[in-house]
Design a protein around this ligand. Structure first.
Ligand SMILES: O=c1[nH]c(=O)c2[nH]c(=O)[nH]c2[nH]1
Length: 307
């Protein structure tokens, strides 16, 4: 190995405040509403001197970024996480001189109204055990050069089907012991992120329809593998929404193995399973249009950057 002796320089840098937990209650009428979010902000721009010289003159404290997130929740509310994220990202780029790019990542925890005495209750909710809604908004540049990317999404959507799934015809090598099957259990926890073409969708409506399309495809496709199911999910979303340029899907295959009940003289035709949560097959795919506009920095990871 030879020694390197080039000049040492600062590479890419970014900074922000991770995971501000904000609950916003709307209490303008007796029937309250709730938004429960986890907001991360991340800024890029003219910050090199902070790293190389310890000069903070361009550095908007991460605490101020957090305070802005709370203040905006009061002033503008959180009508949808996409709208709130766009407003926050545009604020940092427009009002904070050294900022060239702002990225806001938001997780939304969903609540459903509780019922009491046979009626929906005004100010009590039950946390939905299901998926987490996500959004990532990236804003770059000002004025006519302004670019905005909105990625909607969900994670932790856990689904299972007890038949309608196969895995056969696979490549067999010296280490292959898996038996092919034409009838198996399929279960996974879906992560999906979809990139919008523009910035003015009906965010809530798209969200619920995309979720429903994903679930429907999982249910109705006679799956030859999780890979095929993922592609069909992505295809269904892009066929339905011209306003979505691409969708990225990730699904851990939560294997369910038919348990051997032969020692007890019992048949087991796909009725009793041993659920193996580790290890799991991790299947991922990007489904896109061949005319999708450039993704720019839309998919760049925030605090997973160096992971
Ligand atoms: O849907 C599946 N895809 C795979 O690639 C795979 N590999 C495996 O062992 N089981 C499965 N199932």
């Amino acid at each position: 190995m030879s020694d390197l002796n080039g000049k040492i320089v600062l590479g890419a840098d970014q900074y922000g405040k991770a995971e501000s937990r904000i609950v916003r209650i709307y209490r303008d009428s007796p029937r309250h509403e709730i938004k429960d979010v986890n907001v991360s902000t991340c800024l890029r721009g003219d910050f090199a001197a902070a790293y190389t010289d310890g000069d903070q003159s361009n550095v908007l404290p991460t605490d101020s970024q957090k305070q802005t997130a709370y203040a905006f929740a009061k002033q503008y509310g959180i009508p949808t996480i996409e709208e709130y994220g766009i407003r926050l990202a545009e604020h940092f780029v427009d009002e904070i001189e050294p900022v060239h790019l702002a990225r806001i990542e938001i997780d939304e925890y969903l609540w459903e109204r509780a019922s009491a005495d046979g009626a929906p209750h005004d100010h009590t909710w039950i946390r939905k055990g299901q998926e987490i809604r996500t959004a990532t908004i990236t804003v770059e540049g000002a004025g006519a050069d302004r670019k905005v990317w909105v990625v909607g999404g969900l994670k932790d959507l856990i689904v299972l089907k007890s038949t309608g799934s196969e895995f056969a015809g696979f490549l067999v090598d010296d280490y292959t012991v898996l038996e092919p099957t034409n009838d198996r259990m399929m279960a996974t926890s879906i992560v999906a992120k979809w990139r919008f073409v523009g910035t003015d969708a009906d965010w809530d409506d798209v969200y619920s329809q995309v979720k429903q399309l994903l679930i429907e495809q999982f249910a109705v496709v006679q799956s030859r593998a999780l890979q095929q199911t993922l592609f069909r999910m992505g295809e269904a979303v892009l066929e339905h929404f011209g306003s979505i340029a691409e969708i990225r899907l990730s699904a851990p295959n939560r294997h369910h193995f038919v348990h051997n009940l032969a020692p007890f003289g019992l048949d087991n035709p796909n009725e009793v399973f041993n659920v193996s949560d580790r290890p799991y097959g991790l299947i991922q795919a990007v489904v896109t249009r061949d005319d999708a506009p450039p993704a720019g920095p839309a998919w760049e990871q925030q605090f997973g950057w160096l992971a």
